[in-house]
Design a protein around this ligand. Structure first.
Ligand SMILES: [Zn+2]
Length: 257
């Protein structure tokens, strides 16, 4: 973890320092080597949060996009179950940064534990995920051109399939590499996946990375992209109206997403 309690304040690890875990109060020691990010680790082997995953540079980079008091926030359920959210915004929204694989059961339990949350997934973990996602993007029917929203099947490619059944929005971060979309300039993009309950449909929306951060930091708008006129619009006339009505009802029920 990035922060521990040292003399009552939240401090980052420095060589040979000691502190207390903000989660359980156990003693933690600073790990300040050359291979891994400087971090704190419990002196005893076990971590108090069983959902904890080893922190990568990708995790740390994302945490650092948000104010320090929002990072690694201790959350306790009414039954006493304790977890540390990667980021919890002032408005109470939890952002979970997920690098390693997670089982559908564990995913569902985190979604119900945190309630208002989104997933941010490291799309660079497996090298085949991006090219396969790219193939799906190229073939996907267009639901809306502005902002662009594509329709995918929840088993269209391994990454989308792995998150199938998620009840919260999933944002995929492919980092510097991106599915090729000529109309998206060099800006970094996240792919928002919304799995529609009781269907195999997924709505995939590219949004700008900086607008994602702005959305959670200061209530800005998520910014999508406009499909240029030069790309012929695939026909979705049949069933389109019904699908859009479905989406509208769906979105009306979700307060913020
Ligand atoms: Zn602890």
């Amino acid at each position: 973890m990035k922060f521990a309690l040292v003399e009552g304040g939240r401090k980052e690890a420095t060589p040979a320092s000691r502190g207390e875990c903000p989660g359980c109060g156990a003693s933690v020691i600073a790990k300040c080597g050359t291979k891994k990010l400087w971090h704190w680790a419990h002196s005893s082997v076990r971590n108090c949060d069983r959902w904890w995953e080893p922190e990568t540079a990708w995790h740390r980079g994302w945490k650092n996009e948000f104010p320090a008091p929002w990072q690694e926030v201790r959350c306790i359920a009414p039954d006493g179950e304790l977890h540390i959210a990667d980021v919890k915004t002032e408005a109470g929204f939890v952002l979970e940064f997920q690098h390693s694989n997670i089982s559908p059961i564990e995913r569902a339990s985190r979604e119900s534990y945190y309630g208002s949350m989104v997933w941010l997934v490291d799309g660079g973990r497996l090298k085949n995920d991006l090219p396969k996602f790219q193939t799906t993007v190229q073939a996907a029917p267009v639901i809306d051109a502005a902002p662009l929203r594509l329709l995918m099947h929840d088993r269209a490619n391994p990454l989308v399939e792995r998150w199938a059944g998620s009840r919260r929005p999933v944002f995929v971060d492919f980092g510097e590499s991106q599915p090729e979309l000529p109309f998206i300039a060099d800006e970094q993009v996240l792919w928002r996946l919304q799995y529609l309950e009781k269907t195999n449909n997924v709505v995939a929306t590219p949004v700008s990375r900086s607008s994602f951060i702005g959305y959670f930091r200061n209530g800005g708008r998520l910014r999508g992209y406009r499909l240029p006129q030069l790309r012929a619009r695939p026909t979705m006339r049949s069933g389109r109206r019904g699908f859009e009505n479905y989406m509208q009802r769906k979105e009306a029920r979700r307060r913020r997403f």
